[in-house]
Design a binder for this molecule. Structure first.
Ligand code: PMP
Length: 391
């Protein structure tokens, strides 16, 4: 193939890097007897009642395109669920069903950004935001967070990063990769910054139901925010439904109307069978979902206890999601080298912190997506590896 053809592919795609997470997953797959803590999805399978209901609906003919906004029954059920869980009145007309949380993120950013607009991105952050921002022609502006603040974004740091081109702020609470949950008082202040700087906010709440010992609060409830906030939710994590590809977004009517065009022209609609599964999940006995959330909490607590006891490891207690983001700066600052050494020598796969932004450089992300027995094996291996490193 001539280089000229290759070089004429879209720059904004060529310039994206394949994710380090994918690279680590490949390395893990090639490593015998590895414990992989690199995968950001529940190890549980979708509760059988949900799958059965979705398949029965498929047999009844739910195999066609749905409305682009989503299956009307699902949107009504989502509206009721938002009321029940967050006490918010969001009519079904302002709910847009999407192809996972990913569909919501891409539609929101494409609707909000003009070429060159800046997106304020507290980091460490979910790396895929960079691609969504690039596809929409925007520019990411990192806002560092600190280990000593439990990686909670600081309102004053957000304010300091605002320029004349700032358009959007992305918040992710609970956070992938740090497990940080933004406390209500901090959300109050961030909301004041967003209003003063006239920013839109994308509030990525895909881990909202995986929350440990703290209340979940959303910025959308703060004064002046409902009119400028798009909330992104997903069935993937809390319902163990990553493969069904269903999430949703809600926000002000004027914005959802435009976002609908992006969903319509990019995906037509979310998968019809996936949407029936999501409806079944909302109607199902919540006990299996609560049990999964409880298992994640137990695992995260276990990782926190084990890592805290390892000399030289600093760790901040996750308040949500299923990740932990310990700092290994006592062993050097190169997280990539450390992660590869760990998988090659100790057979534990993690994700190097630099993948999530500069503030993660000396950290590793561990996902609590294997059972406690495997986690114990992983922690024994990490402890032995670090002890040999120190000796
Ligand atoms: N936001 C965050 C922070 C995530 O970690 C993920 C998945 N890893 C998503 C959004 C998208 O998930 P999905 O499309 O499966 O809903």
């Amino acid at each position: 193939m001539s280089t000229e053809l290759k070089d004429r592919l879209a720059r904004r795609v060529r310039e994206l890097r394949y994710s380090v997470i994918r690279e680590m997953m490949q390395r893990a797959a090639e490593t015998p007897d590895v414990v992989s803590l690199s995968i950001g999805e529940p190890d549980f399978i979708t509760p059988a009642a949900v799958t059965r209901a979705a398949l029965a609906d498929a047999l009844q003919g739910h195999t066609h395109y749905t409305a682009s906004q989503g299956d009307p029954e699902l949107r009504a059920a989502i509206s009721a669920d938002i009321k029940a869980h967050q006490g918010l009145s969001v009519p079904a007309e302002r709910v847009l069903v999407t192809h996972g949380g990913m569909g919501g993120l891409t539609a929101a950013l494409r609707t909000l950004l003009e070429e060159g607009d800046e997106v304020l991105l507290p980091e460490p952050h979910f790396p895929d935001y960079l691609a969504h921002i690039a596809f929409a022609g925007g520019r990411p502006v990192h806002v560092p967070t600190r280990f000593t603040d439990g990686f909670v974004p600081r309102p004053e740091a957000i304010a300091a990063a605002v320029t004349g081109r700032s358009k959007v702020l992305i918040l992710n609470s609970p956070c992938n990769p740090t497990g940080a949950v933004i406390p209500g008082a901090v959300l109050d202040e961030i909301a004041r910054v967003a209003v003063a700087a006239d920013l839109f906010v994308i509030s990525d709440e895909v881990y909202d139901r995986l929350i440990y010992d703290v209340p979940f609060e959303s910025i959308v409830t703060r004064p002046g925010m409902a009119e400028r906030t798009v909330v992104i939710k997903s069935f993937s994590k809390s319902c163990a439904m990553t493969g069904w590809r269903v999430g949703y977004a809600f926000g002000p009517g004027y914005l959802m109307e435009q976002m609908l065009k992006v969903v319509n022209y990019s995906t037509s609609c979310a998968s019809s069978v996936g949407q029936r599964a999501a409806l079944a999940a909302l109607r199902a006995d919540p006990a299996p979902f609560a049990a999964m959330a409880e298992a994640f909490k137990e695992r995260v607590d276990y990782l926190y206890a084990r890592l805290s006891a390892m000399p030289g490891v600093r760790v901040s207690r996750p308040r949500g999601a299923f990740y932990i983001f310990p700092d290994f700066s006592a062993f050097g600052r190169d997280s990539r080298a450390l992660a590869f050494e760990l998988v090659d020598k100790a057979r534990v796969a993690t994700v190097p912190g630099y993948a999530f932004g500069p503030s993660g450089e000396s950290c590793l992300r561990l996902a609590a997506t294997v059972d406690i027995t495997r986690l114990a094996t992983a922690m024994d291996r990490v402890a032995a590896f670090l002890a040999s490193r120190q000796a």
